[in-house]
Ligand binder design. Sequence first.
Ligand code: ZN
Length: 208
Amino acid sequence: MPPAVPASDKGDEAVKKTNQNDPAAQRSAGGVCYELARKRVKNINLRIRRDGSVAVSAPRRTPAARIDAFVAGRAEWIAKARAQVLAAEAEAQRPCAVSCEEALALFTELSDAVFPLFARVLDGRPPVLKVRQMKTRWGVCAPARRQITLNLRLAEKPRAAAEYVVLHEYAHFVHPNHSPAFWAVVARYMPDYKARRTLLKAPAPTKP
Ligand SMILES: [Zn+2]
């Protein structure tokens, strides 16, 4: 599945590496506060950390004014990306309205409906279903283990959207990638999958 958060950090590793270089300097440009680290890099790189802070790395010789201009020129994009990152973090902190047991019961029902379509590929044995809280994915298929893991929060989404994710993961038993052939399988069994996919972005219902 595509990542739920488009702009996010690559983890704390990068921050630790930064500390081995010159100490990061706090700067601001175009109304954006950012942390500038000088590194052995070729280009100016900008990323939004999970806490919403802005980290920029730049080659040692690039003039500070050019880096400021780079950041200021992206102020609008940064504001949007920060809002998305912070909203995703807040969403991750929110307690789930559905229990793992309830989610597994729902997913099993949806899976049982899809299984007959893929029974031949699976040698007539249904896959193992797991429920997990995942930050960036709605579902994961491990064909070698005949296992589908679904995000607990998928149970809070409209049923049509959850049906799409279940079918999507089953289609990975045929094609373990997102090739055109994979999408053809999805479309064959669910012609309206694109409309269903957009429902994943809808806010969670207030009642399960
Ligand atoms: Zn996929």
